[in-house]
Design a protein around this ligand. Structure first.
Ligand code: SF4
Length: 363
């Protein structure tokens, strides 16, 4: 079967797992203006922005021949749980029916999870499935490790754009790795590429560190968030995202009663300001802002998709956190109308403000 999935962040890992299990993978194109236009045209106007972009991605994947869409589900008071029904209905109305395979948390609906695994397993042995899963999990961890290095050194590169080019090469290297040995080789080569980048020496007290928080899709997918990590890096700031794929997998693979992952800690920190789960990643957004403040970060950029109720609630809590903890937070609403020039100016002003605050503190 020809399978596809939503494009989000380091998509190479989803592709790899399906390829290792012998499926014919149709890579969705990286979201572009065309993707957004398609999504906006066919989605309900009031829908949250990720629903629209993913809608556009499905149109493009089906144009390329995709028959089955694999995606994650959702639960609680957030639209993610309805994405599949809405997307499927729109595609059907437009004469592009596709089968959907939705992965919900295995702890909520084990039968559905198991049925999906059996379908994907096909004629492969369980040993092959376990090995493929392990390889892809390790690949995700290694990619995240290198990406964290990218996000740190980009601020200090001598030749502008060198780190971004190296990161693109690294993703290609990982795309060609199908065995443990090839994965180790790709990691070593990728690490060397990053270690060889010439950096400007910056004294520790002058380094700026900015966290990026918000809804998972707009945080992870650079093509719809104005390449926020690159933008901040080019302005001289080290960046850390609140969401990394390996952390998301680890958190979701462990039952809550024994889950001691970083995400659990973040949720506890978020509970100080938002005691209940209100859907999406609102509680994590709050928890990460508290965490960045405790870890001495200089500021936080909060990405909020237009039409996202959970992030609207977290935005309303941000002023209280800023007042109590003193960490500057800039909230940006992301949608199809987002003007790059005006938001770039806001980010530049935000960085200037942080630099000014820092200089005042030092003096
Ligand atoms: S968290 Fe917000 S943007 Fe994401 S699916 Fe839910 S409502 Fe939509």
């Amino acid at each position: 079967m020809k399978v596809s999935f939503p494009y989000m962040g380091t998509t190479v890992v989803y592709k790899k797992l399906l390829e290792l299990l012998g499926h014919d993978v149709i890579m969705p194109p990286k979201p572009s203006q065309r993707t957004i236009n398609l999504g906006v045209k066919y989605s309900p106007e009031f829908a949250c922005f990720p629903l629209k972009v993913i809608m556009g991605s499905y149109f493009e994947a089906i144009e390329k021949g995709a028959e089955v869409i694999i995606t994650s589900g959702g639960h609680g008071p957030c639209r993610a749980g309805f994405y599949e029904q809405v997307h499927q209905r729109i595609l059907k109305e437009e004469g592009l029916p596709a089968k959907f395979m939705v992965f919900n948390s295995m702890f909520r609906d084990f039968n559905n999870f198991y049925d999906n695994i059996i379908t994907l397993k096909g004629k492969n042995s369980w040993l092959k499935v376990s090995r493929s899963l392990l390889l892809v999990y390790n690949m995700t961890k290694k990619l995240d490790k290198l990406e964290k290095q990218v996000q740190t050194i980009r601020a200090y590169e001598v030749k502008k754009g060198e780190t971004t080019r190296a990161w693109e090469k690294i993703q290609d290297l990982f795309d060609r790795a199908y065995t443990k040995k090839e994965l180790e080789g790709a990691y070593a080569e990728g690490k060397k590429l990053l270690d060889d980048i010439k950096l400007i020496e910056v004294p520790e007290e002058k380094k700026l560190r900015i966290g990026i928080v918000g809804e998972i899709y707009v945080v992870m997918e650079s093509s719809i968030n104005m390449k926020m990590e690159e933008l901040l890096g080019n302005l001289g700031a080290e960046v850390e995202r609140s969401q990394y794929l390996s952390q998301w997998i680890t958190y979701n693979a462990i039952p809550s009663f024994i889950n001691k992952t970083h995400e659990t800690e973040i949720l506890e920190k978020g509970g100080r300001y938002l005691p209940i789960q209100i859907g999406g990643h609102a509680k994590q957004t709050i928890g990460h802002i508290v965490d960045y403040s405790e870890r001495g970060f200089d500021g936080v950029v909060h990405l909020m998709p237009f039409g996202c109720l959970p992030e609207l609630v977290s935005q309303s809590i941000v002023p209280k956190i800023t007042e109590e903890l003193g960490i500057p937070v800039l909230t940006l609403a992301i949608d199809e109308q987002m003007g790059t020039a005006n938001n770039t100016t806001r980010i530049e002003a935000f960085i200037d403000l942080i630099k000014g605050k820092r200089a005042k503190k030092i003096s």
